[in-house]
Design a protein around this ligand. Structure first.
Ligand code: SAH
Length: 261
């Protein structure tokens, strides 16, 4: 169909067939998987996925694309009941409603990548794994280690829950229209057992937010009102450090200390 890519929906359609093949290989769909694709667009991933799966859920916001999909994937055009189309905003979609052991994938709209990742974290109890295309810079932040510039709130909040692997770098030319930045494909698998357990996850999120709120400032400054000198001493954490010097385990330790107070 003739479709003019909409910037407001972050539409960059994958066209490079060898890239698409390597993504599908990385996802490794099995016929009986319960899978949902976010932002199917014109089907670059959807179609090869449907070839391998008995069924696929898709969540798409663009009504023009939805109308096209309803014809394109009509039962007469494919295997009946092969696809369930959800015309919805992925940021508000209740992924847990699809069932357990959900596999999530998509070439995500880059303008809302961080909120989508946080929304999926809220749905993580139903999720088996996730494979996403995102800006390379965002994937670098997701997998970043302490003491690196890319390490931040996103790294800590995601690494708390997920094991992540940077899989493939994808150049702008793999898409139409070409985005301005390089992209990367990432795998996220929820930890079967959390390596470090925050007894109060709201407190954990609050500490991480405060510490990275002003990432150039010392913890003594950013955590003022939350953690005082005696707390730093009890935890054996140097208050002159900055957020980027703390591991996920350190943030959990601070949150658990504050939770007990
Ligand atoms: N998967 C396709 C399209 C990627 S572009 C491909 O690889 O070619 C991103 C897609 O996400 C578009 O189809 C866009 O309409 C859709 N999208 C954008 N914002 C969305 C939202 N909030 N919820 C669901 N889908 C969204």
């Amino acid at each position: 169909m003739k479709h003019i890519a909409k910037k407001r929906f972050g539409q960059n359609f994958l066209t490079d067939q060898s890239v698409i093949a390597s993504l599908v290989e990385a996802i490794s769909p099995k016929a009986d998987d319960l899978m949902v694709e976010i932002g199917p667009g014109l089907g670059a991933l959807t179609k090869p996925l449907l070839k391998k799966l008995n069924h696929l859920h898709v969540v798409e916001i663009d009504r023009d694309i939805i109308a096209w999909m309803q014809k394109e994937y009509a039962p007469s055009n494919g295997k009946p009941g092969n696809i369930t189309i959800h015309n919805a905003d992925a940021l508000k979609f209740d992924f847990t409603s699809l069932g357990n052991n959900l596999r999530v994938t998509g070439n995500l709209p880059y303008n809302i990548s961080t909120p989508i990742l946080f929304h999926l974290l809220d749905n993580v109890s139903s999720i088996t794994d996730m494979h996403f295309m995102l800006q390379k810079e965002v994937v670098e932040r997701m997998v970043a280690e302490p003491y690196t510039p890319a390490y931040g709130r996103l790294s800590v909040m995601l690494q708390y829950r997920l094991k992540m692997d940077y899989l493939i770098t994808v150049p702008p030319e793999a898409f139409v229209p070409a985005p301005k930045v390089e992209s990367a494909f990432v795998r996220c698998v929820p930890h079967a057992n959390l390596p470090f357990v925050a007894n109060d996850e709201t407190m954990f999120a609050k500490v991480v937010l405060a510490a990275f709120g002003q990432r150039r400032k010392t913890l003594r400054n950013t955590l003022k009102g939350l953690l005082e000198d005696d707390g730093f001493t009890a935890l054996n954490i140097n208050s002159q450090l900055r957020a980027e010097n703390l591991s996920v385990a350190d943030f959990v330790a601070i949150a658990n200390y504050l939770h007990k107070l």
